[in-house]
Design a protein. Structure first.
Length: 235
């Protein structure tokens, strides 16, 4: 969340310095993505175990963007979003005084995509109703929230990758500076975490337990369809 707020402050600074030029637009909105999945045993030798997935369901998240009109029909856009999802499931064996037991895992992720997009306004658009298509690339910042018996990760839980996206959208202008937008964006982020727990020893229900090994490996896949709805204001 701190990363998202930092980006927002940077955007506001740019808006303030650019006011009066009439070529910048700021977009604030809400995004919705239908699902994401964790594959907790993605490096297992057994095929059935390797294909087990934990569905995390849909999520709603904030969206912030700054666009710059390159020409009358083409705009450059930089955008940032913040997605967080948490879950709990039984998925870890540990050693205890009673022997080997099966305990729940707290898991999830933070995902911050920072994307650059070129948008093209289609010729049949009118002054009040505009249709856009576009595409671009982005940097994807991931953070695993995995925790077992109170044991967090010491390494390998943060990743940075890149990817591409395409989008199409509608805008309805109330006046020259204010509009509402709806956008469908398609991307397919996927990342593999490979690291270690900070310790082998933890506590579950007041009992001391011990992991069999410190290293962990899992894969995260995010649904490629994103829907954005919000307001755009020209400066």
């Amino acid at each position: 969340m701190k990363f998202f707020l930092t980006i927002a402050v940077c955007f506001i600074t740019v808006f303030s310095s650019a006011s009066g030029q009439g070529i910048f637009e700021v977009s604030v909105g809400t995004g919705y993505s239908t699902s994401s999945r964790i594959y907790p045993y993605s490096n297992a030798s057994d095929y059935d175990l390797r294909e087990i997935e934990i569905g995390l369901g849909s999520r709603v998240f904030p969206h912030l963007a700054l666009s710059y009109d390159l020409t009358e029909d083409i705009a450059g856009v930089i955008s940032v979003e913040y997605l967080r999802k948490e879950t709990e499931y039984y998925g870890q064996t540990v050693d205890s005084q009673e022997g080997t037991i099966y305990i729940p895992v707290k898991d999830g992720y933070n995902f911050v995509p920072v994307e650059l997009t070129i948008e093209y306004r289609l010729p049949f658009s009118s002054e009040n109703f505009r249709v856009n298509i576009g595409g671009g690339a982005g940097l994807y910042f991931y953070n695993s929230l995995r925790e077992v018996a109170g044991i967090s990760l010491s390494s390998g839980g943060s990743k940075v990758s890149y990817g591409i996206h395409v989008l199409t959208g509608l805008e309805y202008y109330l006046n020259q500076n204010l509009s509402f937008f709806f956008t469908m964006k398609f991307r397919d982020p996927e990342v593999e975490f490979n690291g270690e727990y900070e310790s082998l020893n933890g506590t579950f229900e007041g009992k001391n337990v011990k992991l069999g090994k410190r290293d962990f490996y899992q894969k995260l896949s995010l649904e490629g369809s994103v829907f954005l709805l919000g307001v755009k204001y020209g400066l």
